[in-house]
Design a protein. Structure first.
Length: 341
């Protein structure tokens, strides 16, 4: 039995088959301290991620969705050990990285990379595109300048950038082109696992499709494994193999993509899906839109019982007093709710 979202999950933990997962997360917690007063005394903590466990199989895309502030980006950064964990274990390609530091952790960096949301902030404005893409090669390989130049050219070809752009600077490119630069940099060391932290959120809709198609093509060609973080449920439906839904630091539902979109189990998932725009005007007119009342509680003071009890349209007394147990509903479907039969 392994803890998920602060509850218990049976063996299997939501994976689709018996193959060994590429990424294993057990009881991940990320708490950030709150200091106040003249003496900066610790008076509490923000529970950004509160006890998550899940697996990501090799070659799949796990979509992680939820409202802004629910802890999605914190999960992504924690999986790459960009934060010191409060608690939990993270295993990537058979290596437990949760306790590694210094050179040991640095040696594993090539296997796991990240594509950031803010293309403007994630690219050094004083470096040329060629230098940005070559930086991982400078840090982790001993290639000659000629070989590095050839590798940079191959990476630019792979992401659809002309090679003569290598001597330009990030400010000379559009948002979509800058994201392609970030993708090329992430691919430089031939990683197995990539965290995509809302990589299309800041892009125009027409450019979003191009970047998503590029990510799909690269996954097929290189056998990549993605954790795709987004609040765009339509895009997640297009990309993901399975979907994990987060609310206030916890996963409330984990399910294969088609099953989740056709028949969501958790009331929060139902509310999220009811807000997805539909191109068919007849369907849009008949859909039952679920409007959640109130604000998301503070992660520094989550409600007793179910985290969603203060906004759930189906709330009952038990929800306000007892935390729901994470249950297996078969066919790879898991959820934590008192109201699911």
């Amino acid at each position: 039995m392994l803890p998920v979202g602060g509850t218990q999950i049976p063996e299997g933990r939501g994976i689709l088959d018996d193959n060994a997962p590429l990424v294993k997360v057990e009881n991940l917690k990320m708490y950030f301290p709150i200091y106040r007063g003249i003496l900066s005394r610790r008076v509490g903590e923000v529970k950004a991620v509160d006890g998550l466990s899940f697996d990501i199989m090799e070659g799949e895309t796990l979509g992680l969705v939820g409202e802004s502030g629910c802890g999605k980006s914190t999960v992504g950064r924690a999986l790459l050990h960009l934060y010191d964990l409060t608690n939990g274990a993270i295993e990537v390609n058979g290596h437990d990285i949760s306790t590694l530091e210094g050179e040991e952790l640095r040696e594993l960096r090539p296997e796991m990379q990240m594509i950031f949301q803010d293309t403007q902030a994630s690219l050094n404005p004083r470096m040329t595109v060629g230098s940005i893409i070559a930086e991982p090669l400078d840090e982790h390989t001993k290639l000659s300048k000629t070989d590095k130049r050839a590798k940079v050219g191959e990476l630019m070809d792979a992401v659809g950038l002309a090679r003569h752009f290598a001597d330009r600077y990030p400010h000379e490119f559009s948002g979509g082109q800058r994201q392609r630069i970030g993708i090329a940099r992430a691919l430089a060391l031939n990683p197995k696992f990539i965290v995509c932290d809302e990589p299309i959120a800041a892009l125009d809709v027409s450019i979003q499709a191009q970047v998503v198609n590029l990510l799909e093509d690269l996954q097929e060609q290189l056998g990549l494994t993605y954790l795709f973080i987004s609040h765009d449920l339509s895009m997640i439906r297009h990309l993901a193999t399975r979907v994990a839904v987060m609310y206030l630091g916890k996963i409330v539902e984990l399910s294969p993509r088609d099953a989740l979109y056709e028949a969501p189990l958790h009331p929060y998932t139902e509310a999220l899906l009811s807000a997805v725009p539909r191109p068919d005007t007849a369907q849009a007119a008949t859909r039952n839109r679920i409007i959640l009342k109130g604000d998301v509680p503070s992660p520094s003071n989550p409600p007793k019982g179910c985290n969603f009890c203060t906004r759930c349209p189906k709330v009952q007394d038990i929800c306000r007093s007892l935390e729901p147990v994470w249950r297996d509903f078969g066919d790879g479907r898991f959820a934590a709710c008192h109201l699911i039969d």
